[in-house]
Design a protein around this ligand. Structure first.
Ligand code: DLL
Length: 433
């Protein structure tokens, strides 16, 4: 299959590393000059931009964490004045505060280019009709894939998320050839089709580009069989870019990282030291070309390993293994990032709720369902039903505004949830990812 940007995707390692070093030096200089946060961090560590002379020197640079991004809310990590920012996206934060990311015109150009690479890596061209089921909005999924698909010249249908019946109708009537979204939603579409007796042969679907949440090889197999497509995985995160960081090619053997725009390290999350190729650890990313909000050594909390072997497709950049777990407790529910601490915060704000709760995750008809079991005070539990209903409504609406999804809620009697002697088991994840 053709490679979108052959020159950049098949570089000799030495040339790539030279380019990475030049771009790293430029980025380090820029953040040191323009972002007080980084200037402070560099000074604390006693490192000067001009001391970054080799790629290994990246280890002298400070890490950036989600907490740093939250503390910088909304614009403190921006490296350019707002007048140069042409787009703002945001991702949910741990305790209310979101992380905000800004893109300059050049950043948007780069973003489309990198997503175009991923899209064309599975053979999508200007002959294709691409249906995007990611949400359009503050989430980077919808817009990110949209611009990349337009860049390759495909006919893009921006359906956005939800309304499965309509998705299927559009897929059939508009002769969609490439489906884009989360793997769990794609599987849900497949299940609804089966329920409605809609035959796969009435569709023109050829490929599925899935990402935004973990999915296993079994899940891929199920998607490929039920939709009769080639299914690929792609990875990204808002703090670093959004989608476009890495994606699989048709060989489906790891996600190629766009290394001319990012330096990827894998570290041991305890010692923070880099681990060798092939060994699992936490992925750490440094942006090399971003203008709006460059990030140095961002700790993604995603677990993966890197494979530097050149791929059969001809690309020479390293591949990251599928991300199946994290080093923190973030959950991804229907594509939305949720931290148990956000849920706890909401519960603790509500009067009548005891500090005991459990989050139960299931997957029904391929859709994630989150149920929160919450103990309520004895007075409430034995009192009027209307007060319980009122409490439930209050918690659900508060949850919706803080985490962006409305969970099912089950108010239970005091002392009915299992008590743990050690760490409370707050999350019971019964989904088979
Ligand atoms: O999910 C960006 C994205 C959109 C990527 C669409 C691919 C497709 P955030 O909402 O900031 O951004 O969530 C980022 O989602 O740290 C991972 O934990 C998880 N994640 C994203 N892609 C994958 C994947 C977008 N392919 C967080 N496999 C990341 C596993 C993924 N986890």
């Amino acid at each position: 299959m053709p490679i979108w940007n052959e020159r950049c995707e098949t570089m000799q390692r030495a040339d790539l590393e030279q380019l990475q070093l030049e771009r790293l030096q430029a980025t380090v200089n820029r953040v040191y000059r323009n972002v007080p946060f980084y200037q402070r961090r560099f000074e604390e560590l006693g490192v000067k931009p001009e001391e970054i002379r080799s790629l290994d020197d990246i280890r002298r640079l400070p890490f950036t964490t989600k907490e740093d991004m939250r503390a910088a809310y909304p614009y403190e990590l921006f490296a350019v004045p707002l007048r140069e920012i042409v787009r703002i996206h945001s991702s949910s934060g741990t305790t209310g505060r979101a992380t905000v990311v800004g893109y300059t015109r050049n950043d948007l150009r780069t973003w489309s280019e990198l997503v175009a690479r991923i899209i064309s890596a599975v053979g999508v061209t200007d002959q294709d009709v691409v249906q995007i089921t990611f949400g359009y909005g503050l989430f980077t999924g919808g817009f990110g894939l949209h611009y990349g698909a337009e860049r390759v010249g495909a006919s893009v249908i921006p359906v956005s998320s939800g309304n499965t019946e309509r998705q299927i109708q559009i897929m059939r009537d508009f002769r969609t050839t490439a489906l884009v979204g989360t793997p769990s939603y794609a599987l849900h579409i497949a299940e609804v089709m089966k329920e409605r007796g809609i035959d796969r042969s009435s569709l023109c679907l050829r490929v599925g580009l899935f990402g935004g949440e973990p999915s296993s090889e079994q899940m891929r197999k199920k998607l490929e069989e039920s939709l009769d497509i080639m299914a690929t995985d792609n990875y990204g995160l808002s703090e670093v870019l959004g989608p476009g960081v890495a994606g699989e090619c048709e060989c489906q053997c790891g996600m190629h990282i766009n290394e001319d725009h990012f330096i990827a390290e894998v570290i041991d999350p305890q010692t923070l030291e880099p681990v060798p190729y092939g060994q699992e650890g936490e992925l750490v990313l440094t942006t090399l070309t971003k203008e709006g909000i460059p990030v140095i050594r961002y700790r993604t909390r995603d677990r993966t390993s890197l494979n530097p072997e050149p791929c059969r497709c001809g690309r020479t950049n390293v591949r990251m293994k599928k991300v199946l777990s994290r080093t923190d407790d973030m959950l991804i529910v229907r594509g939305v990032n949720v931290y148990p601490s956000q849920i706890e915060q909401v519960l603790f704000e509500v009067e009548g709720v005891e500090p005991h709760y459990q989050i139960v995750l299931e997957r029904r008809a391929a859709l994630d369902e989150m149920t929160i079991l919450v103990e309520v005070s004895r007075e409430l539990f034995t009192g009027q039903m209307s007060r319980l209903v009122e409490l439930e409504t209050k918690i659900r609406s508060r949850m919706h505004s803080v985490i962006g999804i409305t969970p099912r809620l089950k108010l239970v009697e005091p002392r009915s949830l299992e008590r743990s002697l050690g760490k409370a088991r707050r999350v019971v994840d019964n989904r088979k990812i």
